[in-house]
Design a protein around this ligand. Sequence first.
Ligand SMILES: Nc1ncnc2c1ncn2[C@@H]1O[C@H](COP(=O)(O)OP(=O)(O)OP(=O)(O)O)[C@@H](O)[C@H]1O
Ligand SMILES: C[C@@](O)(CCOP(=O)(O)OP(=O)(O)O)CC(=O)O
Length: 399
Amino acid sequence: MAQVFEATCSAPVNIAVVKYWGKRDTSLILPTNSSLSVTLSQDQLHSKTTIRASESFTEDQLWLNGKQESISSNKRLVACLRETRALRANIESKDESLPKLAHLKIHICSENNFPTAAGLASSASGYACLVFTLATLFDLRLNASELSIIARQGSGSACRSLFGGFVAWEMGQNDDGSDSKAVQIAPETHWPELEAMICVVSDAKKGTSSTEGMQLTVKTSPLLQHRIKEVVPRRMEDMIQAIKDRNFPRFADLTMQDSNQFHAVCLDTYPPIFYMNDISRAIIRIITEYNKSGVKAAYTYDAGPNAVIYAPRENMPEIYALLSHYFPGAAFADSLGMLKEQKKDWTPADIQGFDTGISPIFSEASVKQILHTKAHDGPRVLGTEHSLLNAEGLPKRLA
Ligand SMILES: Nc1ncnc2c1ncn2[C@@H]1O[C@H](COP(=O)(O)OP(=O)(O)OP(=O)(O)O)[C@@H](O)[C@H]1O
Ligand SMILES: C[C@@](O)(CCOP(=O)(O)OP(=O)(O)O)CC(=O)O
């Protein structure tokens, strides 16, 4: 019988509050500025990956969401495999008793429980999960910052998903990327009242990928140079302080300003890139109106129209009621038990001074889904019962 080695892990997505946008080295994935994100609960959004190494396998193979994909044409995946195998080979060379895994072929099977490549940070959870599962299979014993250096080479934002809670990606200075890594600013337990609502405006694959979009911005946007030099270094410090102090109004102002500036540099790109649509902009108007009497919520948008709204738990019933008023028909799973606290028959007019005419009421299901979630932990090792591969080493589920 061929010897079989296997690991199954899951990893979370993260949503940045200081955005990464621009690379100074496109193959090592070294950014032009540091960034900071919140890791969101795997109960709502996660990638799950099984990797098996076996003497009976004749080639490396990958299945993503039940569909076979090429490994050799995916330079980023090849880089993650090369790095982790080299580390395993080094450990094996020092300890004869270890099983020789570095040279075995592997089968990788991964699933996201949410739309892939739709601006919901699937590349972040996907590559974090890939690297964490490889490190578990190969028993690499690296800490999360060390693993983040490898995951970064899969997708920049993936490096931040190696930690739970509040995570900075320090851009680093070295040409070889050895100091461009993620560090945890605070664990999720630091600020348990902070929650997030994800408004899925579109789950379609996006037009301009982050990878292409950001390099066009680097090439053409003078505003990006100002952002890199003058804005982000100071904003990183301010954001870290706001998180340490659990100062929501400060955290929220910085988050919204950074999202606005990220979309401004997209508009400053030539030709311009648009990620937000009319619905995204209406959500901005509604949150801005809601904040008129004091900052109670923060919106942020990545490379797509979907909004993520950060807010203290106590404001979430009102925010949900606001969203469902202007965007009727959105599917909502009450995953954090929030509706129980919601006042019945509540309308935006019940908020003192709220101008209900700030936005029209949109047609049914303009916002398709609202996900309620919160900051949570980093990647997890799962038991063999979670394996995505069958006895033959093929996916249990095919698309
Ligand atoms: N579970 C996974 N395992 C391995 N690779 C994955 C996984 N999920 C996604 N990916 C990779 O990430 C790519 C999608 O990344 P892309 O940046 O286009 O979208 P996104 O991450 O959903 O959006 P964004 O990063 O802008 O929020 C996929 O085509 C695939 O190569
Ligand atoms: C807007 C962002 O979500 C951009 C994410 O870009 P990616 O990490 O997807 O890009 P690559 O490194 O090319 O894979 C902002 C952020 O997450 O910081």
